[in-house]
Design a protein around this ligand. Sequence first.
Ligand code: DLZ
Length: 166
Amino acid sequence: MATELKNLSVFSTDNLPDISGRRFALVVAEWNTEVTEALFEGAYQTLVQYGARKENIVRGNVPGSFELTLGAQWFAQRDDIDAVIALGCVIQGETKHNDYINHAVAQGLTNVGLKTGKPVIFGVLTPNTQQQALDRAGGIHGNKGDEAAMTAIKMLGLQKQVYSFK
Ligand code: DLZ
């Protein structure tokens, strides 16, 4: 479903896990700062709203979205981090640069999640224009940061369910 048809800040909140003792890392790309700061605010507020303690949320910046992968891995490898949320915005330019970055980050974050066994969330916008990005960073289509945080919470819930199943 296209984001146009779904508000990123509207989601079901049934049966969410208790995340008061969980620790989250937010990795934020510095390119397109206006957008990525809005993504960070959305993710941070959503985590707190649904029970995370502020002292259990750590932030790390990376220069651009391409570096999200390694930043995410460094956090995910820490024993005291339960989930990592990678936040970036890659806007299409005149060349295919954005395609290479997007594919690398999507694949890289997937690999980090599989390698560490922890939720590593793709909170990266890949719009054609800056307006499309702003529309999805607290604008008319909600906030991708909210959605990314909720995805992390739900994956922690699933992880608990899977590993406590007898
Ligand atoms: C180089 C580049 C370009 C052209 N566009 C973006 C972008 O839209 N969003 C983003 O997060 N990063 C961009 N970057 C930077 C790369 O992600 C990376 O930081 C550099 O290629 C490292 O030299």
